[in-house]
Design a protein around this ligand. Structure first.
Ligand code: ZN
Length: 417
């Protein structure tokens, strides 16, 4: 581990207080990516003078650098003069983010300010075989590291998203029916073995929720439902600012709520799940009768945007079905923000209009009123940005332990948004 803040052997209480405060500054930078001195003061409760002194120390040690640009979040700065932003120096470390969808793999390398340095994507049948997925992942990781000029030993952690339930007790992929080729696979261990790097794993919709909550349409909210509407439909649920996984990692499987008792059999083994009518394969099947079977979901969205009535209709119907399911979720969880991501979210209000109407119709009025429904801002990168945030967040304890600053660890553990 390269990040050594507490390199001083001095152990006086004033020294240890200062080291503790240095770690708090580092902590803010790890979570936010970039922050102004004013942001850091606000988030740590330290005075501006103290923060300036601590930052000067970190800059002198080569751990922190000043960076041009605008903050991803409201910096609290007045209009006019842009604040000077701080970030951890690129030499401190890097992380890799992997996003497995049902039909693609995306890999990025990012610095500890969450900035993506290189990116690669490959279309593949991920559901089919975990081994093939890991093979492709290892190749793409090598490619992005080479492109970014990041040596392997600088990578402090790898975050990986998988489109199925992950049991956090056993670390295995939990559902035989949702990801048939991954049953019983200890995904993190397996990828660690191949990459020779530490790996943390999380459900893909949970990562989308994390990404949007930190850098996208979920900012400022603590009760968030993120929907990934693509080849499947999953929800990432953030309650009180923390990802809610449930007892065995299956929380948020909204795609398998029953919407049509006599409907098609779903890959989960039930009949008439939301996914069968509102995820990409269901939509493509419906539109194939009039438009042929060669369209992709991107084509359907583009045609709908151009006014094609059939494509508009299937998207609107999907929005209505999803809205009914979201209404149930809103009655149960009362989120303040519902963020819609995934491939189908590109349809914008063609999807969200009917979704909102169904939500208003089927949810308790107060629950519907509280739920601010928005399109995700990170698009197809929501999950991989969440994977980067997970990798950085989960690396923090080891980064901090390497510094001896255990006091800063007291409130940590797990991924917070
Ligand atoms: Zn199902």
């Amino acid at each position: 581990m390269r990040l050594v803040v507490g390199s001083s052997p001095r152990t006086g209480s004033l020294e240890s207080l200062r080291e503790h405060n240095l770690l708090r500054v580092v902590d803010v930078l790890l979570e936010r990516g970039v922050a102004s001195r004013a942001d850091i003061a606000r988030r740590t409760g330290l005075s501006r003078t103290t923060v300036s002194s601590l930052v000067a120390d970190l800059i002198r040690r080569g751990l922190v650098c000043e960076r041009a640009g605008t903050p991803e979040r409201d910096s609290g700065a007045g209009a006019g003069r842009p604040p000077v932003l701080l970030a951890l120096d690129r030499s401190v470390g890097a992380v890799v983010g992997l996003d497995f969808g049902h039909t693609h793999l995306r890999v990025v390398v990012a610095d500890l300010s969450h900035e993506i340095l290189a990116e690669a994507e490959q279309a593949m049948d991920v559901d089919h075989s975990a081994a093939e997925g890991f093979e492709a992942a290892a190749t793409l990781v090598d490619a992005v590291l080479a492109e970014a000029g990041v040596p392997r030993d600088r990578v402090v952690n790898v975050g990986m998203g998988i489109p199925g339930p992950i049991s956090h007790r056993s670390g295995t992929v939990g559902s035989a029916s949702i990801l048939p080729g991954w049953v019983g696979v200890r995904a993190a261990e397996e990828l660690e073995r191949r990459l020779g790097m530490p790996v943390v794993v999380e459900n893909d919709a949970n990562l989308g929720a994390l990404g949007e909550s930190l850098f996208g349409a979920g900012r400022g909210a603590r009760e968030i439902v993120y929907l990934k509407v693509s080849s499947g439909i999953g929800a990432g649920v953030i309650l009180g600012g923390r990802i809610h996984r449930g007892a065995g990692g299956t929380a948020g499987e909204i795609g398998h709520l029953l919407v049509d008792e006599g409907g098609h059999v779903c890959r989960c083994g039930n009949r008439g799940c939301l996914e069968t009518v509102a995820a990409a394969p269901g939509l493509l099947e419906q539109i194939s009768r009039t438009h042929g079977s060669s369209l992709s979901i991107h084509d359907v969205v583009a045609l709908a945007a151009g006014g094609d009535p059939g494509c508009r209709r299937v998207i609107a119907d999907a929005g209505q079905h999803i809205g009914r399911a979201v209404a149930m979720l809103c009655n149960l969880l009362n989120p303040e923000r519902v963020v819609v991501g995934g491939d189908l979210s590109a349809a914008g209000d063609l999807l969200l209009g009917p979704l909102r109407a169904a939500l208003d119709r089927y949810a308790i009025p107060s629950a519907a009123e509280d739920a601010d429904v928005r399109t995700g801002l990170l698009g197809e990168r929501a999950e991989v940005r969440g994977a980067v945030a997970l990798a950085i967040g989960e690396a923090q304890p080891s980064l901090m332990q390497a510094t001896g600053g255990t006091a800063a660890l007291g409130s940590r553990g797990g991924t917070s948004a």
